[in-house]
Design a protein. Structure first.
Length: 320
């Protein structure tokens, strides 16, 4: 019995030591928050103080949803939005005070191991520029030649306008009225939808040929007939092309390339504009507008954090 008694006493001593060494519960500061939510008319808030990795103070006040009685709990999750920007700036300021960073320190100097893979124009960006969200635009846009030209330009970013579905009696850059209305669904869209669905289900049948050729004939193509003997894959490419041309500027392309899972090829291209110099002779000068960026994550939209917080079983969409 003596060994058992010794072990029991030792275990009790360890438990007592663990209880004694445990951190005290955080101080409740909820009473400090109540006047704040009343003063600023906000539904509720939570606050915490962390020192040396330990939670030393915690408080909550108010309700989860304005107009509803459910009180905020300490375990509730909050969508803090852009608050982390201020936190990041504060941490950077602490590192500057400690001499570990400098306000004029560049990205290339801070991350030399990433410099080779970094965009050349990013290498010289300083910490101060990052935290002040400076984009390189001058303070007075009228004094810089390039910026002044862009600031005064009243046309579209590309210099191009859409004439499709436009009433020809209206004048550009002016207000007017028209009796012409935009159709919600055109017969051409019905034919294209039918052709695509049928081709995916049964291959390039005669009905698929007839649907596509009807659109091409109406558009005045000569010849409007498609090559005979197309495979399912070849017909699929034909249908994709016909949808791109026939339904251009009608709001379909955005969803089509995502449905076909080809947006990584179509939406990562350089966008161009056209400048027309109408001198003695008309000269067309193409120019770059902006480079589109598309990643695999963009095939799906992210699920809002407030929805994910409702259940641990709900998982965020891939790559977010």
């Amino acid at each position: 019995m003596k060994p058992v008694l010794a072990i029991t006493l030792a275990a009790l001593c360890l438990v007592a030591a663990a209880v004694h060494a445990a951190s005290p519960p955080p101080k409740d500061v909820s009473s400090l928050l109540a006047p704040i939510i009343q003063k600023y008319d906000i539904p509720g808030m939570a606050a915490a103080v962390v020192r040396d990795g330990e939670l030393v103070a915690l408080g909550v006040a108010g309700v989860r949803t304005r107009g509803k009685p459910e009180r905020i709990a300490a375990a509730d999750r909050f969508h803090i939005g852009s608050d982390t920007k201020a936190m990041t700036a504060m941490l950077c300021g602490i590192l500057v005070d400690e001499g570990k960073l400098k306000w004029n320190q560049t990205l290339g100097e801070t991350f030399p191991e990433l410099k080779k893979s970094m965009h050349p124009q990013y290498q010289s960006v300083t910490l101060e520029q990052l935290l002040t969200h400076r984009a390189g635009a001058p303070g007075d846009l009228t004094k810089d030649a390039l910026w002044a030209k862009l600031w005064q330009y009243k046309g579209t970013p590309t210099g191009l306008y859409i004439y499709k579905m436009m009433d020809p009696t209206l004048i550009n850059n002016s207000l007017g009225t028209t009796t012409r209305c935009l159709p919600l669904m055109r017969y051409a869209e019905i034919l294209l939808n039918f052709a695509e669905a049928t081709n995916e289900a049964s291959g390039p049948t005669s009905e698929v040929y007839q649907s596509i050729e009807a659109i091409r004939q109406r558009a005045g193509l000569r010849p409007y007939q498609l090559p005979t003997g197309l495979t399912q894959d070849q017909m699929r490419e034909v249908i994709h092309t016909e949808r791109r041309l026939e339904l251009a500027y009608e709001g379909f392309r955005f969803f089509d390339v995502r449905r076909w899972l080809v947006a990584e090829q179509t939406d990562n291209l350089q966008m161009h504009g056209m400048e027309v110099d109408r001198g003695a002779t008309v000269v067309y000068k193409p120019f770059n507008v902006r480079k589109h960026q598309f990643t695999k994550a963009m095939y799906l939209w992210p699920i809002p954090l407030k929805e994910i917080a409702k259940s641990p079983e709900l998982q965020q969409n891939p790559l977010y």
